[in-house]
Design a protein around this ligand. Structure first.
Ligand code: MG
Length: 341
C-alpha cells in the first residue's frame, strides 16, 4: 500500500524508480531454490544510485549493527548472530570493530579475533556482514586502515557476503581535499585483492554530508556512501541532503541509525523514526540499526545483564528492541520465505 507520504517522497526523489524495494519476487521452487539470503540476493554492486544483486534486482538489506567491539564484545559470537538471523530475520550484520579507546590500535590480536569470528559466522549463516572500521579519527590511522583492509580483502574478498565500511564516522573533514584521497588510498588496498565487493565510504559530520561526496564522487564503481542518522536529532534537513545525493546518482547505505537522540538516549522517537523508515523504503535504502548491546541506554536492544547468546524472550528485550524486532520481522520475512531447506 502506498501512503500519501510515500508517494510524496517518491515524487520528490525524482530520479528514483518507485517501488524498487519489491525485490526478488516470484521465487521458484525446485533444485535451484536458494538456500540462504546471500544465495537469494547475490553479489552486491551499485547501478547508479541503487544497490543491486543477482539478475540486476534491487537489493535491500536490513539488519542490526553490533556495538563497539571493545565494549560489548561478548555479543560477537555465532549463537547471537544465528538468533538475529532466525528470530529477528536480519539479512545483514555490521561488525563495529572499535579502533581507538583501547580498541584495535592497542589490542590488535584480540579485536581481530572478535571481528573474524563474526565474519566467519555470517558467511556460514548465509547473511551479509559489514566489516566496519569503527572510528571517528581514521585520518590519523591511514597506515593501520590500509593494512587491515588489505588483509580483509585477501581473506574474504571471494565471499559475496562481505561489505567493507572503511571509516565509520569522520568528524569535520573536507571531503575533496582530505576524506576523498584518504578513501581512495584504502580502496586501492582492497581492490588490489578484491575487484568487486561493495565498499561503504564514510562522509563528514558523522556520515551525514553525503551531498558533499555526491558533488565530487569516487571513481570506484562499487562504492556507496554512508548515511547515518538518529531519529531524535536528525530530520527533514538530513533527508533533504540524502535526496540531493541520490538525485546526483550517488548510492547510499544507512549503515548506522538509531531510534533515539544522537547520544543514544532520550527514548524511542516513534514518529520521526516512522518518517525515516518510509524514506528508506521508498528510496530502497539498506540499513543497520544501532545496536546489539545490553548497555543501559535507549538504543540497546536487550536489557542490562541479558545473555549475549541469543534465545531472547519478550522480557529480555528493551522497548527499542521489541520495536526493531517487529520492524525487521515484517520487512524481511518475505525474503526468508523464498528460501529452500
Ligand atoms: Mg570479491
Amino acid at each position: 500500500m502506498v501512503t500519501i507520504r510515500q508517494a510524496a517522497i517518491a515524487a520528490w526523489i525524482s530520479l528514483l524508480p518507485f517501488g524498487v524495494y519489491c525485490q526478488n519476487g516470484g521465487g521458484s521452487t525446485g533444485p535451484e531454490t536458494p538456500g540462504t539470503i546471500v544465495e537469494l540476493i547475490g553479489p552486491l554492486r551499485t547501478d547508479g544510485n541503487r544497490i543491486i544483486g543477482a539478475d540486476d534486482e534491487p537489493a535491500v538489506l536490513r539488519g542490526m549493527s553490533l556495538f563497539w567491539s571493545q565494549w560489548e564484545g561478548e555479543f560477537y559470537n555465532r549463537d547471537c548472530l544465528q538468533w538475529l538471523r532466525d528470530d529477528w530475520k536480519c539479512t545483514v550484520i555490521r561488525a563495529a570493530m572499535g579502533i581507538e579507546y583501547d580498541g584495535y590500535l592497542t589490542n590488535k590480536a584480540a579485536e581481530l579475533t572478535k571481528i573474524r569470528s563474526v565474519i566467519d559466522a555470517c558467511i556460514d549463516l548465509g547473511i551479509y556482514v559489514i566489516i566496519d572500521w569503527h572510528s571517528h579519527h581514521g585520518e590519523e590511522q591511514l597506515t593501520e586502515a590500509r593494512a587491515f583492509f588489505a588483509l580483509m580483502a585477501q581473506l574474504y574478498g571471494e565471499y559475496p557476503n562481505v561489505i567493507y565500511e572503511i571509516f565509520n564516522e569522520p568528524l569535520d573533514l573536507d571531503w575533496s581535499s582530505v576524506l576523498k584521497p584518504w578513501s581512495e588510498a584504502v580502496i586501492a588496498e582492497i581492490r588490489a585483492h578484491d575487484p568487486d565487493n561493495l565498499i561503504i565510504v564514510g562522509t563528514s559530520t558523522w556520515s551525514q554530508d553525503v551531498d558533499d561526496a555526491s558533488l565530487d564522487p569516487l571513481d570506484d564503481a562499487n562504492t556507496a556512501y554512508a548515511l547515518h542518522f538518529y531519529a531524535g536529532t536528525h530530520g527533514q534537513q538530513l533527508r533533504s541532503k540524502a535526496a540531493a545525493a541520490l538525485n546526483r546518482g550517488a548510492a547510499l547505505f544507512v549503515s548506522e541509525w538509531g531510534v533515539s537522540k544522537a547520544d543514544a538516549t532520550g527514548g524511542v522517537h516513534y514518529e520521526e523514526t516512522g518518517v525515516w523508515l518510509e524514506f528508506m523504503d521508498t528510496a530502497g535504502l539498506s540499513w543497520c540499526n544501532w545496536s546489539v548491546a545490553d548497555k543501559d541506554e535507549t538504543t540497546s536492544i536487550v536489557k542490562p545483564g541479558t545473555s549475549p547468546l541469543g534465545n531472547w524472550q519478550e522480557n529480555d528485550l528493551t522497548e527499542s528492541g521489541r520495536y526493531l524486532r517487529a520492524i525487521l520481522v515484517e520487512a524481511n520475512t518475505p525474503l526468508f520465505e523464498q528460501l529452500g531447506e
